[in-house]
Design a protein around this ligand. Structure first.
Ligand code: NAD
Length: 424
């Protein structure tokens, strides 16, 4: 059947999603998709590159390259972050937009998927240059975004300050207040309460659903977390507050371990004072590689992609891997975990809490009715629990991995919407 896939003639070979080709080919066989369905999924609906000038602080003009990909919008307006990274390419953006389409479908929120960004190292820009790059990029894509078209959000190296500039530039162009054009904004400009830690909290709801279905007891489990940024630090803090034992955490400089459990609030203070978790009093230094294969029951990669791969997957001791980072596990490691009966909870489910609260932010902006934190937290928990249940039930029915069942659920929901629209 793979031969059937390669026999297809693509309308635009250069714009195929490389990542989704591999993943969809597997689903194509597994779900027995038709060629029409596959064709519809493996290409983005709209994908464009913009080049724009920015007057730098030196007075000289520099050209920048930006991209935006709206992968699929059958289930609602496209939704996806804006990344500022020096090595960003259209291919990366396309892959990430594909994953966003699946993520929104798997948690059943009425959005499609998109992604965008600028090939730039924000650490090399002054604050003024960063603002000018942001505003110029938004001017270049303004006609293609909007509350009912495509809604940006923060991603790697972009934050709520940048979202505020995006909002302001878009509103200047349109001449009216339109807060629903972007999520992840400061609360004062229409941002949602709880958005800052929603990715980590959503992931912890998912983890607790998994633990409820396992023979592991909350108070007996040891947890190791790679990455101590927005996601890893919030996950460590919330788990600690809930009474879990965190035995190891790390950042780009290395990791720390204490088998009796780390006092996370003290680690947070240490990091705020020194810039890193390493050298924390009463802990042992470990490398990031050692953290991944440490004696833990739950491993939470919350930093970079492709950390768990064919070289270390056989040495992982954890019984549950919760992917809070995007794509931390390679395809080879995935199948090793499946063989070893390690429960891998995939990124498109595990880290979807951020986009779920972004959806709540969008509703609040459109209705001008702003919610209390309690209401947001309750709705987040309910959404994550029912999404876990959908994926887990399918996984049991089909006797497949959770990644396979999450993809299957998302693809079926997207194709169903396409069918209802008459596109299939
Ligand atoms: P961040 O930049 O705030 O933090 C990244 C952390 O990773 C930092 O502590 C950094 O020191 C650490 N790190 C960098 N290189 C490392 C290395 N070689 N080994 C170990 N740690 C290293 O980023 P974030 O927002 O916390 O995002 C982390 C991951 O979660 C990314 O994969 C991101 O795509 C994903 N994610 C984030 C969100 C969100 O809401 N922030 C939502 C979904 C997915």
């Amino acid at each position: 059947m793979i031969i059937k896939q390669h026999e297809r003639i693509h309308a635009d070979e250069g714009n195929l999603c490389k990542k989704c080709i591999t993943e969809l080919e597997e689903l194509y066989l597994y779900l027995d998709l038709s060629v029409e369905e596959l064709d519809l999924l493996d290409m983005p609906r709209r994908s464009f590159t913009v080049h724009f000038p920015v007057k730098m602080d030196t007075g000289k003009t520099k050209m920048f390259v930006g991209h935006r990909v709206q992968y699929n919008d059958a289930r609602g307006p496209a939704k996806g972050g804006i990344r500022f990274h020096p090595e960003l390419t259209l291919d990366d953006v396309r892959d990430l937009a594909f994953l966003m389409s699946l993520k929104c479908a798997v948690v059943n929120i009425p959005f499609g998927g998109s992604k965008g960004g600028v090939a730039v190292n924000p650490k090399e820009l002054s604050r003024n240059e960063l603002e000018q790059v942001t505003r110029s990029y938004i001017r270049a894509i303004a006609d293609h975004i909007g509350p009912h078209k495509d809604i940006p959000a923060p991603d790697v190296y972009t934050d709520e300050k940048i979202m505020a500039w995006i909002l302001d530039e878009y509103e200047r162009i349109k001449g009216e207040h339109i807060p629903a054009v972007v999520t992840g904004k400061p609360i004062e400009l229409g941002g949602s309460k709880a958005r800052g830690y929603s990715t980590s909290l959503g992931g912890i709801h998912i983890l607790e659903e998994a633990l409820n279905r396992s023979n592991m007891e909350k108070h007996d489990v040891n947890i190791a977390i790679q990455g101590f940024g927005n996601v890893g630090e919030n996950a460590s803090r919330i788990l600690y507050e809930k009474g879990y034992k965190i035995i190891a955490v790390s950042d780009s400089k290395g990791g720390i371990m204490n088998m009796d459990g780390l006092t996370v609030p003290e680690v947070m203070k240490h990091k705020a004072n020194t810039g890193s978790v390493i050298d924390f009093k009463g802990s042992k230094f470990i490398t990031n590689e050692e953290l991944l294969t440490s004696e833990c029951d739950i491993l939470i990669p919350s930093a970079l992609s492709e950390q768990l791969n064919k070289d270390n997957a056989r040495d992982v001791k954890a019984k549950i891997v919760l992917e809070l980072a995007n794509a931390p596990t390679t395809i080879e490691a995935d199948s090793i975990f499946l063989d070893r009966n390690i429960m891998l909870i995939p990124d498109i489910l595990a880290n979807a809490g951020g986009v779920v609260v972004s959806y709540f932010e969008w509703i609040q902006n459109l209705s001008n009715d702003y919610w209390e934190e309690e209401r947001i937290l309750e709705k987040l928990k309910k959404t994550m629990a029912s999404s876990f249940n959908d994926v887990y039930s399918l996984c049991n029915e089909e006797k497949c991995s959770m990644r396979r069942s999450a993809y299957q659920l998302a693809v079926k929901r997207i194709l169903h919407a396409e069918r209802l629209r008459g596109n299939l």
